[in-house]
Design a protein around this ligand. Structure first.
Ligand SMILES: Nc1ncnc2c1ncn2[C@@H]1O[C@H](COP(=O)(O)OP(=O)(O)OP(=O)(O)O)[C@@H](O)[C@H]1O
Length: 311
């Protein structure tokens, strides 16, 4: 079921075309990753989708409601964490969440119940009476998230939710996103590929305001992978391995990485894109160099991302 439809969205800032005829749909219950280099137009698109910014052209439907023509109904379906969380430093966490609940027209007993629930989800209970100004960046981000989740909207949109956090906080926020995704459709943006791959079911890659790819991480990797790339791991020195590979006519190129534990990892490119796994296996066996790993190597998402966004 479609929950968001973006149709031919275009945004100009003066002469600068920040979003260029962008169209995509978002299906219910999945985690979508909006991936693109800095300045690709991610924040602009999210701000338009959530009704914070007008588009130059195009249309956004949230659960069938046009964000411009029926903003109230459309916005009810969305919780948004913008790039700069809209938190007030001189309020305590609890005061702020009450305030945010008010803005979302959640009142009375329901307000108390929801605030307890989102504080539980985002693990803010311990700091409920602290001033937001005195919280760490990670906790501030959780407050921003709690605000987005209040009202338990169908769709939760997060702009760079882990930016500026330390690794432990990043893991916590990712876990929280996964938890949220059990009951909500989540869209998050990032310029970090590893992050998107970790948490998202579906990737939208955007470059210079255009959508350059949209698919599952697996399909992207499969569709863009060339045959003829083999990866091996062997516990031998580089010279010994290179001497063997350099003598094989079917090997075009080899790149070597020595791991900390002494394992040598080699990325081998075959001539003419052939699958040379059996030949490699045989050659290493003949030379009594047991392989620890032998596999076809798909193009990594990093490579695909770079190719798509640097064209
Ligand atoms: N208010 C504005 N006025 C003029 N240009 C803007 C404005 N906001 C954004 N831009 C420009 O539009 C382009 C897209 O910006 P946007 O913030 O949407 O990108 P982004 O993909 O979210 O990047 P980042 O990760 O750096 O935030 C950039 O070139 C940016 O400089």
């Amino acid at each position: 079921m479609k929950v968001i439809e973006v149709k031919h969205l275009t945004k100009r800032y003066g002469k600068h075309l920040a979003v260029d005829d962008l169209s995509f749909t978002v299906e219910k219950g999945q985690i979508y990753g909006f991936l693109g280099p800095n300045g690709a137009g991610k924040s602009t698109t999210m701000n338009i989708m959530t009704g914070y910014l007008g588009a130059t052209k195009g249309e956004v439907l949230i659960d069938g409601h046009d964000i411009l023509k029926e903003p109230e109904q459309a916005k009810k379906c969305i919780g948004y964490l913008p790039e700069q969380p809209p938190v007030y430093p001189d309020m305590t966490v609890e005061e702020y969440l009450k305030f945010a609940a008010g803005l979302k027209q959640i009142s009375g007993e329901e307000r108390e119940i929801q605030i307890e629930k989102v504080m539980g989800l985002t693990k803010l209970g311990e700091v409920r009476n602290r001033l937001i100004a005195n919280l760490s960046k990670g906790y501030k981000q959780r407050v921003g998230l709690a605000q987005a989740v209040l009202g338990f909207p169908e769709i939760i949109i997060l702009d760079e939710p882990t930016v500026g956090l330390d690794p432990k906080q990043i893991i916590e926020i990712r876990e929280l996103i996964r938890r949220l995704a059990k009951e909500h459709t989540v869209i998050l943006s990032s310029h970090i590929l590893a992050e998107i791959r970790e948490v998202c079911d579906y990737i939208l890659i955007i470059a210079k305001g255009k959508l350059v790819a949209s698919d599952t991480p697996e399909n992207l990797e499969n569709a863009m992978s060339g045959a003829g790339h083999v990866e091996i791991e062997v516990r031998r020195g580089k010279e010994e391995v290179a001497a063997l590979l350099n003598h094989m006519a079917s090997v075009k190129k080899a790149e070597y990485t020595l791991e900390e534990d002494g394992t040598l990892r080699v990325q081998i490119e075959a001539r003419d894109g052939k699958d040379i796994r059996e030949e490699i296996f045989q050659a290493f066996a003949d030379h009594r160099m047991p392989l620890q790993t032998l596999k076809l190597n798909k193009s990594t998402l990093e490579e695909i991302f770079l190719e798509l966004t640097q064209k």
